[in-house]
Every structure is written in structure tokens, then in C-alpha cells.
Design a protein around this ligand. Sequence first.
Ligand code: ZN
Ligand code: ZN
Length: 123
Amino acid sequence: MRMLVDAVLEDLSTKEVFLFRVTCGSCGAEYGKKPLHFSKSETPPTSQSQQILYDALYEQELAQARRIAVRNAAEHMNYCPICKRLVCNQCFMICDELDMCRQCAADLKQQGNPVLVSFPEAT
Ligand SMILES: [Zn+2]
Ligand SMILES: [Zn+2]
């Protein structure tokens, strides 16, 4: 699941902030958008060697931030085996034979319940 999320994860990071986004293929809801600041964003490098150091540090923190974003987003996303899209918990149905997204369930006339019901009072 995480590998799938990683493949579609959008990198919106800047020099100061690490930011990623995964969008539900069905409803368009966005997940994983929790910005993390680069630890040196407030302290500009004062020398060439420090610049190199910061660049390496940035790469490291970017990879770390990406792992966190993937982990967070994976909790909200599901892979639909029919349409091959990643959809959020509200759009993913637990069906009798095969779990799939809401749209495919409707197309294939499958009965099921969403992983997450959008209205808390209905649970
Ligand atoms: Zn959705
Ligand atoms: Zn589907």
C-alpha cells in the first residue's frame, strides 16, 4: 500500500517546507498535507561548505518527510483492483467478494459499506 501511495505522491516541497499531497481518485479529497519545516530554513548558509552540508541535510530531511507523508496518507487510501485508482476511505467499499471503490461497486452492482462513513452520526 505504501509503495502505491509513494508512486502517486505529489511533491509540493519548497526550499523551506516539505509538503506532499495524495489526492483521492474518486472524490478529490487531499491527504498527507502536513507541512514540515526544513530544520535550517531560518539559518542561511554562511559558506560554500555549509551550503553543501545544508543541501545534503535537505535531501535527508526531504526523504524523511516523504516517508512520514506516505505513512499518513496510506492510512486514508485504498487501492481499487477494478479501476486501479487510489481512493480514500470514504470512497472505498468493503464488499462481499471483492473490496472496491464506490464507483466500481455501483457499476458492477456490488453491495458493500464504505471503510469510513462520511457522516459520523450514521456510524
Ligand atoms: Zn474519496
Ligand atoms: Zn474502482
